[in-house]
Design a protein. Structure first.
Length: 191
């Protein structure tokens, strides 16, 4: 689940804004180290987080959510955890086997970060009207970004990736918010 909490935003030194963050108590303690980091993945592939690897390797659907009601959503959560920690290949192996809107969502994020904008846009078209996209439109205004469409966000990421400027940092925050919202939604559906 999500909770309201302060996060530094990119509008100026010391500026804070209210936006959603994961409520750790809703998730098993085994994955708290994976979720608790104020990790802002790169807009590109990033560098795999070696510190997260031992926990990621221990996870399976039955370990993550025993007796889950939706196996695809558990797989989506696993794909998302690998993605958050910059293991794009591992995330891709899972998401490409999820023939759902949510699987396409994760697949699109992975290709956006790869970076493969054309392929990402293809997968975004397959996502359709996912409920998380509406949440994202609402929440991004709190961090100073107007999220219009996933394809427009891909274009913004392409334009700013690797520049190291405030705009890139803002897009990384939006990307993390996108991840938080999707992960929380998948978890709720999986339980």
């Amino acid at each position: 689940m999500l909770r309201k909490g302060p996060r530094v935003d990119t509008r100026g030194p010391g500026a804070h804004t209210e936006c959603m963050a994961l409520e750790l108590s809703h998730y098993p303690s085994l994955i708290h180290p994976l979720l608790s980091l104020e990790r802002l993945p790169e807009l590109g592939p990033g560098m795999p987080n070696a510190a997260a690897l031992p926990i990621l390797q221990m996870l399976s659907p039955n370990v993550l959510i025993p007796n889950a009601r939706d196996a695809d959503m558990v797989a989506a959560c696993l794909s998302g955890l690998w993605l958050l920690h910059d293991y794009l290949d591992e995330s891709h192996r899972i998401s490409q086997d999820l023939d759902t809107s949510t699987g396409s969502f994760l697949h699109a994020i992975m290709h956006r970060r790869e970076p493969d904008a054309w392929n990402s846009k293809y997968w975004w078209r397959r996502v359709g009207a996912h409920p998380v996209l509406g949440q994202l439109r609402e929440e991004t205004t709190a961090v100073g970004y107007e999220y219009t469409t996933p394809v427009a966000f891909v274009d913004d990421c392409e334009a700013e990736r690797g520049k190291g400027n405030d705009r890139e940092q803002l897009l990384r925050r939006v990307q993390r918010l996108e991840w938080d919202l999707l992960f929380a939604w998948c978890w709720e559906k999986a339980e």
